[in-house]
Design a protein around this ligand. Structure first.
Ligand SMILES: [Zn+2]
Length: 376
């Protein structure tokens, strides 16, 4: 690799980047959860699904007056946050059931290939990870400040899985960055960051990072033909996390994922991931290029814009922002154009690529990471 882009690229991944693995988007999440219940798919937390879905259905009649999209995860979480705020009954119960619904739905819908007695990382993420790792390695000596960084808004662990098993791991920066390994900043938390909220021991209340084993041990509950290649659900939440013992009290079945629900509500602040946000702001200060993939920038999401604003306010050398999203409608473009300054779009520094993540990785990743111009 010769023509390396002189500076750091930050890849920001939204739900669209995980879509090829089967992960649902915010606006079709509940529909997917409903079909899991209807399809009798052996849900571990079925009562939680039923409880929360029947509550959502009961909201349909008042929703007739208010045009709220009750299939959108963001609206449901915002409503629950408001209920918690005004101490409505069942608010905490709905919150807990919704969390189970979200993570078990991801468990079932995110799929992974199994062949020859082990699980194989997702191909698209594997290629993506390889590219980032290789170019970081290349620049290690000549440009140590220019290491590329991945920021993600997703909870799933399919990309993490590539780093765990194809490389030596990744640095989540939950505590101060170790300065080694790829930095994978999960701004909204992750389904493998477990915590026992009500643990008697202080240690149990701290985030415990849980990894899935690629070998059958960690997935012993699935019966299958060892020789045949199969596509199977990942089961991080219902099995791997569930059967991991809390560091504090040594019990299993008590760890819950640490995550920020998709809501504009500020009360959902999760203190233990402050470091991840701090690190993200630091990274944006020195970014030369930002590539935002599969993130639709919903009007209610103010989190990423503020985080970007903090980081970019001190950035003297941002060259461009590339938005990769197969949605080629004007409203997506205009949301981005509103977020970034006119200066950026008029000088052609805000660019759009209306393609899916897998196409981007396959055909354009290398060129874009090297700063090549985008063909209109
Ligand atoms: Zn505990």
């Amino acid at each position: 690799m010769k023509n390396l882009f002189p500076g750091k690229t930050i890849y920001v991944l939204g739900a669209g980047a995980s879509m090829h693995t089967g992960a649902p988007l915010l606006n079709d999440f509940l529909a997917r959860s409903r079909s899991l219940v209807a399809g009798n798919s052996g849900l571990k937390w079925k009562p939680a699904f039923e409880n929360v879905l029947s509550w959502v259905d009961s909201l349909r009649s008042p929703a007739y007056y208010l045009d709220l999209d009750l299939d959108n995860l963001e609206h449901i979480f915002s409503l629950i946050a408001m209920m918690q705020e005004v101490s409505e009954p069942h608010a905490d119960e709905y919150y807990s059931d919704m969390s189970k619904l979200v993570f078990e739905t991801l468990d079932k819908e995110c799929q992974v290939q199994r062949a020859g007695g082990r699980y194989n990382p997702d191909r698209v993420y594997e290629r993506f990870a390889k590219h980032v790792m290789d170019s970081n390695e290349e620049r290690k000596l000549s440009m140590p400040q220019s290491q590329d960084v991945i920021v993600t808004l997703n909870y799933d662990v399919l990309l993490d899985y590539v780093f765990w098993f194809a490389y030596s791991g990744c640095d989540y920066c939950l505590t101060k960055s170790r300065g080694e390994g790829i930095r994978l900043l999960k701004l909204h938390g992750s389904m493998n960051w477990g915590r026992h909220r009500t643990c008697d021991a202080e240690e149990g209340k701290q985030i415990q990072v849980v990894r899935a084993s690629p070998i059958a041990d960690g997935h012993r509950w699935i019966s299958h033909d060892e020789e045949k290649s199969q596509i199977l659900p990942f089961q991080m939440f219902t099995h791997t996390l569930y059967y991991t013992k809390c560091r504090g009290c040594k019990k299993d079945g008590v760890l819950e994922p640490v995550f920020i629900p998709p809501t504009w509500f500020k009360s959902c602040r999760e203190e233990q991931i402050d470091n991840v946000w701090k690190q993200a702001v630091e990274e944006f200060k020195t970014a030369r290029q930002i590539v935002i993939v599969g993130y639709s920038l919903p009007p209610t999401d103010t989190f990423l814009p503020y985080l970007l604003m903090l980081g970019l306010a001190n950035n003297a050398g941002l060259y461009r922002v590339v938005v990769v999203n197969p949605d080629n409608r004007n409203d997506l473009r205009s949301r981005y154009e509103r977020m970034f300054s006119r200066n950026m779009s008029e000088r052609g520094r805000l660019q759009f690529m209306p393609i899916a993540f897998e196409v981007f990785v396959e055909r354009y990743l290398r060129a874009i990471s090297e700063g090549a111009p985008i063909e209109a």
